[in-house]
Design a protein around this ligand. Structure first.
Ligand code: G4P
Length: 528
């Protein structure tokens, strides 16, 4: 095996998806604890502390250094290099979250056992499902009074559309949480509360039918045993290929805050989650083990100093080996860059920072040379598919208070649009105000704030009658022309000049679809 192939084989790149408060931050901290990278744990928490209000978010974004550094966490565990990509934790969704999910090979889903599957998890799951991303499920907070485990299991199955295969099963819950049966190793692991304890000191009782367990846990044990019988009859056995195909999810029960059940999740990730896979480009399939470097920008984030418009482009390596100072070509512009000053993400070993392989993420500071979706290569012209832009669900018209600053408004919006902070639509009809489209309300507030602080523009947002946008294409140029002429009032162009049809209701869209059978309407646009 080549050294590149060896490095690829030991990489695992994943994200944690959950509804706010389910325990993502806690689980992240515990994972870092296991890999010995605890020094960042404080900053993970600090970041999250101010999540609940938009104003707090802006405050915390002032410390963008932290936010960039903890966007990707690299750690080593059992000879594997693990890249954990953070999905923005705010209640209000930004499209960033979705795009981060296109850069991972697996996901851990955290569920609050008291609440089951919650709305935000469902939306994230849809993105994972669309890409058949393998998912490991962690059911958290068993130390509280929670839903019945069997009910949780069927909830997971129905929302994921996957078979949920328990790898562990809880005995009791809340005050009576005794621990979990480790179903694959036929033993019980006793629950002990405690935050900093590493799972190495765990206490086990061997054998599911060991009388000591019955003695200790009485009816809770009987109930768990009955449930296990039931699930063993009803669920298929775990099949690695089915997991990789996104058809089965292993399920663990535990308590992140007590560091209970976390190690199993990490072990499963290392053992079963896939190494970085091949990536599809328009020109060809790119294999991660290829000698030449390729990578794609999946996220752009404003950096420390807003006045200088610094941005960090997050590049997921798709193949080859990245070395500091190497010459790279940006496929879109044919320009060459030579990143020396790469943002280093946390790692225990220095050499990991100087080299990167498929699955790793490198942060390249730049002044706008790199856009979302850009492909970097050693010279080849490549365009990757699959970086999604989602049709916005919220619209606001935007105007500048001082007309003399409309140029700055356009510049600002173009740059923020390129960064993916918001979608900007330019109406076809002359004189129409620019439209901002978002997936989450918070995106508008952030954009107004950033227009003011970074571009000196006082922007004024106004309600828009639109609630939906669909990009459209057609194989029939005459039909396309006719559609565009007769609907000119409803057509606007996005940052890459792709035309979109704007409507104020689903009914209106349905009518358009019926009247224009030759036009295809798309809720998602892939970059390129
Ligand atoms: P998030 O990132 O998904 O939003 O969730 P986070 O980890 O911050 O957890 C949300 C709350 O749930 C936190 O409490 C956290 O301590 C708690 N929590 C996490 N895991 C468990 C668990 O296994 N059992 C119990 N009982 N609670 C858990 P908080 O009060 O909001 O914050 P904190 O003051 O405890 O940090």
């Amino acid at each position: 095996m080549s050294s590149i192939a060896q490095e690829v084989a030991r990489r695992r790149t994943f994200a944690i998806i959950s509804h706010p408060d389910a325990g993502k931050t806690t689980l992240t901290e515990k994972l870092l604890l296991f890999s010995g990278a605890i020094q960042i744990a404080g900053s993970v928490k600090a970041r999250k502390a101010s999540r609940h209000a938009a104003s707090d978010w802006m405050e915390i974004e002032k410390q963008r250094g932290i936010s960039v550094a903890s966007s990707v966490m690299q750690m080593e565990y059992k000879d594997c290099v693990i890249n954990l990509l953070d999905t923005p934790g705010h209640q209000d969704f930004s499209e960033d979250t979705y795009r981060v999910l296109t850069a991972v090979d697996a996901a851990i889903m955290v569920i609050d056992a008291a609440n089951g599957i919650e709305p935000q998890t469902i939306r994230l799951l849809q993105v994972c499902r669309a890409r058949n991303t393998p998912i490991i499920t962690f059911v958290n907070k068993l130390d509280r009074e929670v839903k019945e485990p069997l009910d949780l299991l069927s909830e997971i199955e129905s929302h994921l559309g996957m078979d949920a295969i328990p790898f562990s099963w809880p005995i009791g819950m809340g005050k009576h949480f005794g621990g979990v049966f480790d179903l694959r190793n036929d033993r019980m692991r006793l629950f002990k509360a405690g935050q900093e304890r590493l799972d190495g000191n765990d206490e086990y009782i061997e054998g599911l039918h060991n009388p000591i367990i019955k003695e200790k846990f009485g009816s809770y044990y009987d109930k768990a045993l009955e449930e296990i019988e039931l699930i063993r009859e009803a669920t298929p056995t775990f099949d690695h290929a089915e997991f990789l195909a996104g058809k089965q999810t292993p399920v663990f029960f535990g308590s992140a805050v007590n560091n209970f059940g976390v190690q199993e999740v990490l072990d499963t990730l290392v053992e079963w989650a896939p190494k970085p896979g091949a990536r599809q480009a328009l020109q060809r399939t790119v294999q991660p083990e290829e000698p030449k470097f390729t990578g794609v920008v999946f996220k752009v984030q404003a950096n420390m100093d807003p006045a200088h418009r610094d941005r960090v482009a997050f590049v997921r390596v798709s193949s080859g080996k990245f070395e500091r100072g190497m010459r790279l070509k940006v496929s879109r512009t044919n320009k060459e860059i030579r990143p020396n000053n790469v943002v280093s993400f946390l790692s225990q070993r220095r050499e990991l920072l100087d080299e990167a392989y498929a699955g790793d993420v490198i942060g390249i500071p730049n002044h706008g040379v790199l856009h979302l979706g850009d492909v970097l290569t050693e010279g080849e012209n490549l365009q990757f598919t699959g970086l999604p832009f989602f049709a916005p669900e919220l619209f606001q018209a935007v105007e500048v208070k001082d007309p003399l600053r409309s140029k700055q408004l356009r510049t600002g919006l173009t740059q923020l649009g390129e960064e993916g902070a918001i979608q900007v639509f330019r109406p076809e009809a002359a004189g129409g105000a620019l439209l901002l489209g978002a997936v989450g309300q918070l995106q508008f507030e952030v954009v107004v704030h950033r227009l003011k602080t970074e571009y000196g523009v006082d922007a004024h947002l106004m309600p828009s009658r639109y609630t939906m946008a669909r990009w459209f294409t057609s194989d029939n140029p005459a039909a396309l022309r006719k559609f565009m002429t007769s609907n000119a009032q409803h057509i606007a162009y996005d940052v890459v000049d792709a035309p979109a049809f704007l409507v104020s209701s689903m009914a209106q869209l349905r009518v358009a679809e019926e009247l224009n059978p030759d036009i295809k309407f798309h809720a998602m646009r892939e970059h390129g």
